[in-house]
Each structure stands twice: as C-alpha cells, then as structure tokens.
Design a protein around this ligand. Structure first.
Ligand code: SF4
Length: 470
C-alpha cells in the first residue's frame, strides 16, 4: 500500500455502549476493535524511519513494529513485541492518556488524526487474553534470594513480573482486600474491567509470585521486620499515591464531603454509596471525571464538576471528557469552592467563586485568579474534592526514608534505590500521581536494579534509564 493510500484511511472509531444504558451500570464503555477494523487502523501507520510515537511512550514500546505485525495478522508476535517493553499492555492500552503520550507524538496527528495506537495495543492484548495465550510458559528456576513488593499496583506488578522471571521468589504485600492498587480501587470498571486485572495477575502467579492481601506494612509488619525476621533480601516499595488531598476549607469533615480516591476506593470495594441527587466534584483530572461518572452510576442525577481553569487546561484525557459530557455531567469552568455550608453537620450548599486566568508560566499554563465579589451558591448533597493525591507513609513507619517536600520518596533517578540501600521505590510513590505506563517503566527499572543489587553487581554500569522525574 502506498503512503498516499494510507493517508486516505480515516481513523477508525470503536463502538461504545449507548449513554442511557451505560450510566446504569459499570460495564466497559468502549469496545475493542474487531480484526478487520484493527487491520484497517494499522494500515494508517506510515512506519516512520524516526518513529516519534516511541519517544512519546514512557515505556518506549516498539510501536511501528507491533503495528506492522498486527497488519500482517501476526497477532501473537505483535503482542510479544509489546511485552518486550511492557508488562501490562491490556491495562496501559485502556487507561493511559494516549493523546498526551504516544498518539500525541505520532506524525499523523500533525495534519489530522493520530494512529489509534492505544486501541491497536488493546486489540493485541485482548486477542491474547481471550485465547489464554498471555501466560509466559518459561519461568526461571527459583534462586535463593527473596524480594518483598509493597503494593500491588502497576509498579509493583511489573517489578514482581520481571524479578520472578529472573527466578527471584517475590511476595506482594497488599493492604487492601483487592489487588491492582489504583487500577482496581481507583479506576472504575467501566474503564478497566476487573477481568483484565485478574488476567495480568494470573500471568504473575503463573511464575510463582505470591500475593498477601490485607497486610498493612508499617502496622502489621515493618519494612525492617521483612528483612530481619522474614528473610527478604530486598524490598520494592510501590505504594502509589492513595491519600486524597484536601481543599483546606472549614467543615471539610462534615457528612456529605467525600474525597476523590477515598470515594472511588469505597465504591470499587463494593460499598453501596448513593450520594444523593446533587453532587459536586472538584478538579479537572481523570480522578475527578471518574468520581463524577461513578456518582451518576450509583444513582445521583445532577452531577457537575467545578474546575478553576478552562477546558483547554484540563489534565483529563479528551476521550474521558467526551464521555463525561455525553453522560450529562456539566463542567462549570473557571469556578472554585470557597466555603461549605451545612445544617446539623450535613452538607447543604457549596459557596463558589468565579475565576479568571491570570499570568501564564513558561509552559503556557495560566494561573487562576479570583474574581472578587463573584460568590455564588450551589445546592449540594455531596461534594467530592478530587484535586490530587499524596503518598501515604504508613508503609515506611519506623524506617528512615528521605522524602521530597511533596512527600514522595527520594530515589536515585537511574537506579530507583532509596536512601536505604536494600529498599527501592518507583511509580506514583516517587513520581506523584502519574500514568500507569510510567509506573510500569519504573517497576521494570527497579527490578533490574534489585537483580543487580542481589547479585552484587554495579547498579549503574551499562544502563540507559529514562528520568521520568525531569
Ligand atoms: Fe506509525 Fe505514527 Fe509511529 Fe509514524 S509516528 S510509526 S505513523 S504510529
């Protein structure tokens, strides 16, 4: 096929559940491409000599090669091509903000629509999972040094995957009853079905990785005890950033105030939480959007988002904003809460202020400035502040860790070793709230460092590591 013919193919669109049906349940909204649609989309790729898409991918997936294999119907080979760099393709293909990563860097996006790289990755991953072919058969013989992984999110899963395939027995300690970290308690099932997370865990268990749920490191066992009493030779801390940031307003503990990831965790762990008719969500990222769409699905009728900048500045992905608006959630731009009003300890109204955009920084992001005297009131049964998340430091209780002023762990950017030599860390606990792909990348880097540490080898020699903290 000539380049001109490839350029003439429009970007393929996936089928989606109808709005009236989907807002009553947590079924996955976006369907996978079928075979012919996937191949048609793959034919849009120009197989660039300098594939900029790869630079945009935090894991450096070999995108042109897996697309070439897909269009030749070599689905299995295409999948394993992705697995050379990514341990969680079925997850990343669903939850990564591709328009800011690989697709945002695709040359086809300069004059039209980028190649739907995420959907093509998903096609290969789902094809393998549905055929049960995603389990690696060749697992290494067990070695005599053990690794503890704290947290079962994407960073921990990836570290365990690579270490287990090197033969190091790994045990994942997870404080919650579910595994997957933010993937299972933060991201709603309509974006990431639990069967997908389970399939990724099957791949881990297939190589002997143990998972211990409901163990809170820092309370039930300390990191030091893991080393001194349980015999672990190294530890990877991938606890993520699960502590919701507060608005800092009076009455923020009154009934009707639920913070973003706390709210999502409760719903995702099975709690039946109907927040009432009117729900206000604060924030512009994917967590805010997940909260708003979850509130709709749990029975609230009038859900809207307060965001202090404009649509252009929203950090959420365009696809998520599109789905949100389709489902009837209104976004009140250039507005922020200033006071919570309640009666008898229960929220009744949220007082807000209008904002305008002021000075812009070097990246072009403009500072929201209050419009004095613009106060207005919103009736609300619940408010969900979803403005950001911080690291919960329970796991490192009793261990002398160096942390940044944002509370994230300080690590060597090349090795991800913390200030305690036998402890490594990566993912959101180092980067702050970030994408699953970045957590996967750091899980892989940490696994290589831990392997070298256990073998007494140089942690740095002969390595090229992307610094995601830049
Ligand atoms: Fe294909 Fe876009 Fe990557 Fe070029 S930049 S190889 S067109 S996906």
């Amino acid at each position: 096929m000539k380049a001109k013919e490839r350029m003439a193919i429009p970007r393929q669109q996936p089928q989606e559940l109808g709005v009236a049906f989907r807002i009553k349940n947590f079924e996955e909204v976006t369907a996978c491409f079928d075979e012919e649609t996937a191949i048609r989309e793959a034919n849009r790729c120009l197989q660039c000599k300098k594939p900029t898409c790869r630079q945009g991918c935090p894991i450096n997936n070999n995108i042109p090669e897996f697309i070439a294999l897909l269009r030749d119907r070599k689905f299995e080979e295409g999948y394993w091509k992705i697995r050379e760099t990514s341990s969680l393709p079925a997850v990343c293909s669903r939850v990564c903000p591709h328009e800011f990563q690989c697709e945002g860097a695709c040359v086809r996006g300069k004059k039209g629509d980028a190649v739907a790289i995420g959907m093509l990755e998903r096609f290969l991953a789902d094809w393998m999972v549905t055929k049960g072919k995603n389990l690696m058969s060749s697992c290494a013989l067990p070695k005599d040094k053990m690794v503890a992984i704290i947290g079962s999110g994407p960073a921990g899963m990836t570290a365990a995957f690579h270490l287990a395939h090197e033969g190091y027995p790994c045990t994942i300690f997870e404080s919650l009853p579910a595994f997957g970290g933010m993937l299972s308690v933060g991201i709603p099932a309509y974006r990431l079905p639990r069967a997908i997370i389970n399939a990724e865990f099957d791949a881990l268990k297939n190589c002997g990785v143990q998972v211990e749920n409901n163990v809170v490191i820092g309370k039930d066992l300390t990191l030091q005890q893991l080393k001194d009493e349980k015999g672990f030779d190294a530890v990877f801390v991938g606890v993520g950033a699960h502590k919701s940031r507060k608005l800092g307003l009076d009455n923020e503990d009154m009934k009707g105030v639920l913070h973003g990831v706390d709210y999502l965790r409760r719903v995702n762990l099975g709690e039946n939480l109907n927040l009432g008719h009117n729900v206000v969500v604060v924030g512009g990222g994917n967590v805010a959007i997940d909260c708003a769409r979850t509130a709709l699905r749990t029975g609230s009728q009038n859900v809207f988002i307060l965001y202090r900048r404009t649509k252009k500045e929203m950090p959420a992905s365009m696809a998520e904003i599109h789905h949100l608006e389709e489902e009837g959630v209104t976004i009140e731009f250039l507005a922020a809460p200033v006071q919570l009003h309640g009666e008898n300890g229960t929220l009744k109204r949220v007082e807000c202020l209008r904002m305008e955009l002021g000075e812009c920084d070097a990246s072009g992001r403009c500072r929201p400035v209050v419009v004095e005297g613009s106060n207005f009131m919103i009736e609300a049964d619940a408010i969900i502040p979803a403005i950001s998340q911080d690291v919960d430091h329970t796991a490192d209780s009793g261990t002398e860790f160096e942390v940044t002023r944002w509370g994230t762990y300080i690590v060597d950017p090349e090795t991800l070793q913390t200030s305690v030599p036998w402890i490594f860390s990566g993912g959101d606990s180092v980067l702050g709230p970030q994408t699953a792909a970045k957590a996967v990348y750091q899980g892989k880097v940490a696994a290589e460092s831990i392997k070298r540490f256990l073998e007494g080898a140089s942690l740095k020699e002969g390595r090229e590591v992307r610094d995601l903290m830049e």
